[in-house]
Each structure stands twice: as C-alpha cells, then as structure tokens.
Design a protein around this ligand. Sequence first.
Ligand code: SF4
Length: 554
Amino acid sequence: MMGDFTPEQQNYLKGFMAGVEARRGSLSPAGAGEGGTPPDAMRAAQDAAIAAGGKLTPEEKMKREKHPLDRWEEVEARARAGEFPHGLENLATRWHGLFYVGPTQDSFMCRLRIPGGILSSHQASGVAAISEECGGGYVDATTRNNLQIREIPAGKGVELVERLADLGIIPKGTGADNIRNITASPTAGIDPNELIDTRAIVRNLHHHILNTRDLFGLPRKFNISLDGGGRVAVVEDTNDIAFTAIRVGEEVLFRLGLGGITGHRDFARQSGRAVAPEDVVRVCDAILRAFLAHGDRTDRRKARLKYLLDAWGLPRFIETVEAQLGFPLREVDSFEPAPPPEKHGHLGVHDQRQPGLQYVGVVVPVGRITAGQLRALARIADVYGSGTLRLTVWQNLLISDIPRERMVEACREIQAAGLGTSASHLRGGLVACTGAAGCKFAAAHTKQHAADLADYLDARIAVTRPINIHLTGCHNSCAQHYIGDIGLIGAKVERGEEEVEGYDLHVGGGAGVEQRIGRLIRPKVAHDQLGPLVLNLLRAWQAEAPESSFQDFT
Ligand code: SF4
C-alpha cells in the first residue's frame, strides 16, 4: 500500500504510525494504575524507571501512591482542622497551587495562573479583595507574568482557591512537578512591532494543560514561553520550551528552543526546527509526553528537561517528539527575526498598533502591590482603558488601550496610587525574589536589599543606559541572577564571630539578543558593602565606556 504514496507522504505516514504506536505504548496495560484506575502515563514512566533498575525518589513514590490531584479532600480536611501540610503533604498541596512556606511565614502562599499575564479589571479587583480577606492584603508580581498571594492562614487556603476559581483563575499545577504559568509577550495584540499576536495560542495551551491529566505527572517543574515579537522582552530562552516568532518568507513561525534553565547555567538550545502557530499546542503536548515518559524519576537534581537533552542529544529527543507527534517538525535554516525588544520596554508610555491608543508601564518597586493599589489600577484600567491589565516578567504590569488624550490623567492617577510610570536606568530592571522575608531557602532579604541598593545608587550616579539588576536568595534562582547585568545570589558572609547576609556578585549576564550567563567576580559580599562595590563598577563603566552596554564593558 505504501507504494501508492510519494516518498514524502510515506515519511509522513511512518511518523504518524510511530506516534500511534507510542501513544498505544503509554496506554498499555503495563501503564494501568492498580485497582482498575485509568491508565496513567506517569505510572508507566515510573514502571519503566523501576524496570531499568532505578529507585524512585520519595516524591515519585508519593505521586505513585495517590495522584496529588486526587488529594483535594485531604487539603479540605486540613483546612477544616486549621492545619498546614508538612513534608511530602506540602509538596502534594502544590498541585492545587497552595504552598506552605513555614517556618519563615507560618502560612500558605498561593501562586496564581494568569496565562500570558493578561488579567481583566474584574479579576484584578477580585484578587485584591481575596488577598485582603484570605491573605496578607497584598500581591507579589512574579517573573512569570503572574501574581502570588501570601500570608494565607491554614483555614483560608481552600476558600481562597475556590474564590479564585470563581474569578476564572485556576491555580492548579502552579507548583511542584507541573507546568507553570505560561509566559508570553505582554503587549500581544497591541504592539506595533510584534510578528504575531500570541493571545489565542496561549489561551488554548493554558486550557489544554488544565484539562489533560497526564500533564500533571511530570518528573519535575516545566516552563513554557512564547515571544511574539514586540517591545517587551519575555526572556523565553530561559524556559524549557522557548517559542520565538520569526518570519520565514511570507509566513510567521516560532523557532523552537528546548531545555532552558538558567539557574543551571543553560539557555534553551535551538533545535533548528520551527513550529506553525496552529501546531504549538500539539508540539508542546508531544514534547511534554516525551519528557514525561523519559525524564529522570530517580534523581530530582537531574529531572529537568535539560538533563534529558544532555543525556540523549537533540536528534534523539526530536525523533522521539516526532514519533509522538505523528509528523516531522519543520527544519528551518534561514529566517528573519523580529526587531529586538527594548531594554526596559516594560516602562513608560507607548503607542499601540491601534491608532490613537497607548499603553503605560506601571513601576512596581520589587514587585509588591498592596490590595488598595491593585484595586486602584483595576479602576484606572476601567475608567481610562479597556479594563485590561498585562503583567510582564519584570515584576510589573501595563495598562493598555488608553486614548492618547487621556494618558496624562491616567498617569496622574497611577501616581496618586503610590506607583510610578518611569524609573531610573538602574531601577527599571530591578528584580528580586521573595527572599528571607517569606522563603525558607533564602540566604538574604532580597527585596529589602534590592530597594536599599537602588536607593544608594540612584542617590550617587545616573547611568546613561538601562541595566538589569537581579537578586535571588538561593540556587533555585527564581529571580534569574545569571541573566542580570548585575546578578546577585544570596550567601552567608562571615564577619568576625558573626554571619551576616550577603551575596555572590556576578556581572555580564543577559537573555535574548544579550544571551550570556553572568560570571562571578566577587563571592560573599556583605549586603551593606554591595552599594559601594556596585557603584565603583558603574563609575568605571561610565568613565571608560559610556557608549558601550554594561554587558560589553564587563
Ligand atoms: Fe526562595 Fe530561593 Fe526562590 Fe528566592 S530563589 S524565592 S530564596 S526558592
């Protein structure tokens, strides 16, 4: 029968049949759960790891014993008893978006899920009210176009999750071994420079993830990002799957990068393949299933996609994905990239592609927004714009669709809410993780030190070009210190008999067109010595090479 087809069609059919076989494999009786539960791809992968002589990690054993998605009843029971989960129970609770963050804060943190960061004013005011009634009365903007609510008492976690769901915000799978909030260009659909509006793709992918139970059984966390082009960088190359819009002839496609994890000093490697917008969800699903089936279940330090790619090499991984997918990925050698984003393009007032309309970037110092401020921003979005807020990966947000003639008034209201619309070149790219005020892993109070550092520098120097300063409290690198022009990771520093908080100082990092892992130039700098040290570096740059970027100078 194959003889009736052209060689190209035969290839396609072979790939398709291989995909069918692969799917059949993952649904085979060997993959079936015990006691007649439905077939489960995670269990099949665990069976394969055991059959190969491996010993499952305690986390994998917990997942195998009872799928965390089926543990909601336990979450409710603990809430009724006013108790927090501990140990592996706490890991399981993260499948529902709730993180017990004791002993630092004896409370839950909830990480929301806001695909591409786009939020309606109705949702934003709802989140403000929930943060007041079930949490600490504030939210933190994160580096994944997302928000977190903190200081949630044990008895309030369930109510909070249910109330978020009422707003259409489902925090399922925002922690632990799951796919995190999808990041994407925050100016999607309004940016005059973008190659493609990613909103519909992100929405489809978000719902595909939420509605596909197998995808809640990964070996470890997983990040996906789509850059449609445009003014605001999304650092997609720091993600496990990085889609970057490109032009190939008349078409707009996405370049496919794989295995980014900058905390492990690696960017997404280019696969040489490109994906059509209509195939993004299918391709993600196939990549996720390949990772699900073959990622490491015996060593959590090696359980990210990067390590599977390191072990296999790209060709074998791509072949496995194609077999899963049922068709070959398209190879692309030459293409036209989108214009590069603007450094600190997430700030200031800018024209939209829609004539007469503008958006404004709101400065949110180290990402913290009080409930009152969030409500005020929601109101401003309603009164002056279309009721749309757009979170960026720079711990801030944009308000869009404001008629040009009303922008001055809108900015005045933003300032009246205690927030700004412009920042110095030093403060505009200041990113800090939660740090020791709310995270037990932190070696330093990152948010406080970030604010102190910016105050110190702003009072002493005005640099000529924007730079990014990232402070992260530990090796988990939530604030991605390796991609900062100045990157700081918390460290304990000996001072006489005492230990004080401090940082290892890195310079020269960047992502996207500035892609480079920062290099360590000074370990263990006490936090109160950071200001003078960074100031000297900046002064040297401004004196010797003010026309160069800080990255090139260092
Ligand atoms: Fe906590 Fe470390 Fe993440 Fe900072 S980087 S929030 S200290 S886990």
